[in-house]
Design a protein around this ligand. Structure first.
Ligand code: RTP
Length: 151
């Protein structure tokens, strides 16, 4: 059992523009995950092509890159037990219409091409994505499990 598994979660430009940042962060916090890195970034098409390299060649790829470059994204690393698989479950399925109510996509959006968030699909890809989006590294927040309520 590892409580230190990390996943890369990104709020896409439509999620930022629709002011859903706080709600999405709140769900991960309330579930018990720890936020270990956070930034707002305007990604270049070149950078996004690296992130979505596996999808190069798909008919929707050019539109996906354009959409993802259309405004700032929120880049986050969340840590905790089974963070990758649970993070994906919290986001819902790729097509929001098939996402269960109670999932982020199931509650907040309607179309695959505007599905407001991204989550790593494996531990290996999570580590790759964390390196890509946080090239200077992520703070090892070992004190995250300690109480901060009292001095
Ligand atoms: P993500 O990587 O964004 O978390 O999404 P995912 O694993 O659920 O889905 P994936 O197949 O990796 O696709 C990445 C993103 O591309 C857009 N997409 N559009 N128009 C289409 O048929 C189509 N298919 C995928 C979505 O924004 C999807 O999240």
């Amino acid at each position: 059992m590892s409580t230190t598994e990390r996943t890369y979660i990104m709020i896409k430009p439509d999620g930022v523009q629709r002011n859903l940042v706080g709600k999405i962060i709140q769900r991960f916090e309330e579930r018990g995950f720890k936020l270990v890195a956070l930034k707002l970034a305007q990604a270049s098409e070149e950078h996004l092509e690296k992130h979505y390299a596996d999808l190069k060649g798909k008919s929707f790829f050019p539109g996906l890159i354009k959409y993802m470059a259309s405004g700032p994204v929120v880049c986050m690393v969340w840590s905790g037990l089974d963070a990758v698989k649970t993070g994906r479950a919290m986001l819902g399925t790729t097509n929001p219409l098939q996402s269960a109510a109670g999932s982020i996509r199931g509650d907040f959006c309607l179309q695959t091409g505007r599905n407001i968030c991204h989550g790593s699909d494996s531990v290996e890809n999570a580590e790759k994505e964390i390196k890509l989006w946080f090239p200077d590294g992520v703070v090892q927040w070992t004190s995250a499990l300690e109480g901060w309520t009292y001095e």
